[in-house]
Design a protein around this ligand. Sequence first.
Ligand code: MRU
Length: 380
Amino acid sequence: MGDQSVVSLANDSQSGSPVTIPTLRWEEPPEGPVVILLDQTRLPTEEVELVCTDVLALVDAIRSLAVRGAPVLGLAGAYGVALAAARGFDVAEAAQLLASARPTAVNLGYGVRRAAAAYRTALVGSADPRRAARAALAEARALHAEDAAASDRMAGHGLALLKELVPGGGYRVLTHCNTGALVSGGGGTAFAVAHAAHREGLLRRLWVDETRPLLQGARLTAYEAARAGMTYTLLADNAAGSLFAAGAVDAVLIGADRIAADGSVANKVGSYPLAVLAAHHNVPFVVVAPTTTVDLSTPDGASIEVEQRPGHEVTELASPRAPVTEAGPGIQVAPLGTQAYNPAFDITPAALVTALVTENGVASPVTAATLAALAPAEAG
Ligand code: MRU
């Protein structure tokens, strides 16, 4: 792990402006360049920054979910390549280590490839590793700026869609996992849409699924919603059914880790059951993701590799790092030796998705054709 330092972040709830959270940034102190992350395993109880001086610390941070969520994983990958280049680490090896740190979020490999391609092109052109390192950093910064701009555009398109799907405002929106500023260079994906509705006074309530087993909803989305001054209510994931049955959900907004060419959506495990519930109750199920999350080279949902995580995350509470106490194992809740099924993601078929909101516009229905029109194949 990298070095740690405690920070105190201002609360944005009064300003009405987008939530600004320094999720990931590049700095160049005299000792050499570093990537600094807000350690998401410590939130909400502690705001601690993790200073990664080398690629291995960054890979460790990705695996342990200190940095997590599809778009920001792309940034971590790109800055990781820049860090390797600037620190004289073998760039091809760094790219391989970073890209394979987690398998499902397509953005990770995308960010790595972009920075590594910029590095290689500059090296071929100049034969100067320092110039190539600067090119990799410039590419990471460009991706960062693009991601922030994509958040703003998704928020705009998503809010316009909500206004069509749920006329009259007063939205009660259900969300799963964490999709706000913590996962992005900007305001995020699904959360950014809810936040835009909140800023216009149109959001009545954000229902926040706790998101077992690692509690990204309870720890991170509730943290972001509180900072933004939203009215929100936390629920255990298995309470969602009764919420739909009570007619208390107007729309579901979620993000995505990878969207296959047929429109299948991989997102945090528990998303698919929400899509089934939404279809049964005739509630719009909306996926919000930048086009960098669309992977036209993966033909369908069955071809998406779903990360399987350690069983102790299920057999213990607040594991792998206890968010309530300092660190160490969680609280054992199952008999020792219990086997656990712990996929990090599930796949929602396109037929259950009412609409996909990207920075380039909205696909509805989500089909191979509407998807390809919004997200052209990755260049190069
Ligand atoms: O395992 P995580 O916390 O990285 O999973 C994150 C999610 O599933 C998010 O919903 C997804 O990355 C979309 S965020 C834009």
